[in-house]
Ligand binder design. Structure first.
Ligand code: HEM
Length: 458
């Protein structure tokens, strides 16, 4: 495992030599859980390129301009919810991040957490983020042959992985947990697809042959423009000539939610934490918004370039505590030498984004949240969306969701700590629950999944 601790090393290897640093380590755990069509875990190759093309077509800089009205609408709803119940800020921000994705991905207008759509997708998101970390748990790391080779007489067990061992065997828990989560993840993929299919004007020949019909649910002709609709119509129109199969479409729809909702939610929560701990930065951004926009309306995207301090505050949110602190590890595809160091083929290569954004050679007092650092000439952070050929394809959408949420909250509210019994403010600690995405929620609480109720799709 190679850990890259400088932005320069990440650029030199993951970008300039991306032809040999764009693979991923396989994750049996994620495959068992039902993410086998999720491009984030694809090895480098044709299928990855196909899926990246599909996402780039829908989430490039130009295309993302079409989504700005949805993001503005959801930001307004976020402000209204915060006004009604400020103490539930965590839930409201989660609903904002999820609603933006569901609208663009599936054409679904999410107005409440009671919506079954919300429960179905957030259950699957919970599973992917509360499992053993992909690529670094025993099931993913240990080929069975490495330690059972001499113990087991059955040749077929000499290859493969710990996932084939019984659940009582030490180290196999991640595989057992993944199997337990599988129906939840499958439900998300099937439910969302069937909902869009139901809303189509008519099922074409190919659609009818490719999908399970949902008994009792007829096509309604109410489908709204969305990622899924675009591709289902493409498939309906072109049949076998369409470059993407149903499995591709289902998988890509799922990854947009899985990779896009919680990361955005987590980033906005990090902003909330920063505002509680650094009230001066908050006040300065609010002054700027009041000066430039005034009190009569919420910020809009065309205001972005007129709000330089707010821009610095958003960039500082990405830097101070990035939501995906070590990115998603890449894997090297050939032997290589970097600065005299040998990197063997098959190495797991981690971009230590957290370390890079705290680099004292680049950032003065890096642990302090200080948006003005960029006005003094320190560089905007790099790496929060990854590097090279695996860079986050949703980064333009993510960045505008984060910006509009932060701008709208700051225009309407002041975020401050609660006061304790003695009147002194209770300052939260800068603590996170680690996963691919960092969380501020308690992961140990019991969760009841919607897929436990078999009746949903009926
Ligand atoms: C603030 C929000 C977000 C953050 C911080 C974030 C961050 C990241 C990072 C660090 C990676 C790994 C890149 C690498 O391997 O070098 C990644 C991958 C990915 N992201 Fe995002 N992301 C965000 C939002 C989104 C959104 C909104 C979408 C979808 C529209 C998305 C889709 C993906 C996908 C599909 C991958 C896998 C790419 C691949 O394996 O080739 N992300 N993201």
């Amino acid at each position: 495992m190679i850990i890259l601790n400088s932005a320069q090393a990440c650029i030199d290897l993951l970008e300039k030599r991306s032809a040999i640093y764009s693979d991923r380590a396989p994750s049996d755990v994620m495959m068992l859980m039902g993410w086998e069509n999720d491009m984030a875990f694809f090895p480098y190759g044709k299928r990855l390129n196909l899926h990246r093309k599909m996402l780039t077509e829908s989430f490039n800089h130009e295309k993302c301009k079409d989504y700005l009205p949805y993001q503005t609408l959801e930001a307004t709803r976020l402000v209204q919810r915060l006004l009604a119940n400020p103490e539930k800020f965590d839930e409201h921000i989660n609903l904002f991040a999820t609603a933006v994705i569901l609208r663009i991905d599936y054409g679904h207008d999410l107005v409440s957490r009671d919506d079954p759509y919300y429960k179905v997708v957030s259950d699957a998101g919970y599973c992917s983020s509360h499992c053993a970390p992909p690529g670094s748990n025993l099931v993913d790391l240990l080929p069975i042959s490495s330690f059972m080779h001499f113990l087991l007489p059955w040749p077929e067990l000499k290859v493969g992985s710990v996932k084939y061992l019984p659940s009582w065997f030490p180290g196999t828990y991640p595989a057992t947990q993944a199997r337990f989560f599988r129906p939840v993840v499958d439900l998300m993929h099937d439910y969302t697809l069937n909902e869009v299919k139901r809303q189509l004007v008519s099922y074409g020949y190919h659609i009818r042959t490719c999908f399970l019909r949902v008994p009792g649910r007829e096509a309604e002709g109410t489908a709204k423009e969305s990622f899924l609709l675009t591709h289902l119509e493409g498939l309906q129109r072109e049949g076998k000539d369409y470059p993407y199969s149903v499995e591709d479409i289902k998988g890509a729809g799922g990854v947009i939610y899985a990779a896009g909702a919680d990361t955005t939610w987590s980033t906005i929560l990090i902003f909330v934490l920063a505002m509680v701990l650094y009230p001066e930065a908050q006040a300065e951004a609010q002054d700027e918004i009041d000066r430039v926009i005034g009190p009569d309306r919420l910020p809009e995207f065309q205001d972005r370039t007129s709000l330089p301090y707010l821009e610095c505050l958003v960039q500082e949110t990405y830097r101070w505590n990035n939501a995906v602190p070590i990115g998603v590890p890449h894997r090297s595809m050939a032997d290589d030498i970097y600065n005299g160091m040998f990197i063997p083929k098959g190495s797991v290569v981690v971009a230590n984004t957290r370390g890079i954004t705290l680099d004292e050679d680049i950032y003065q007092n890096p642990r302090t949240f200080d948006p003005s650092r960029y006005l003094r000439g320190e560089p905007y952070p790099t790496g929060q969306f990854g590097f090279g050929r695996r860079i986050c394809p949703g980064r333009y959408l993510a960045d505008s969701s984060v910006w509009i949420a932060i701008a709208s909250i700051l225009a309407e509210f002041t975020i401050s700590p609660l006061n304790g019994v003695n009147g002194a403010p209770i300052l939260p600690k800068e603590e996170f629950i680690s996963g691919i995405t960092r969380y501020v929620e308690n992961p140990s609480k019991e969760r009841k999944f919607i897929s436990d109720n078999n009746g949903w799709l009926d």
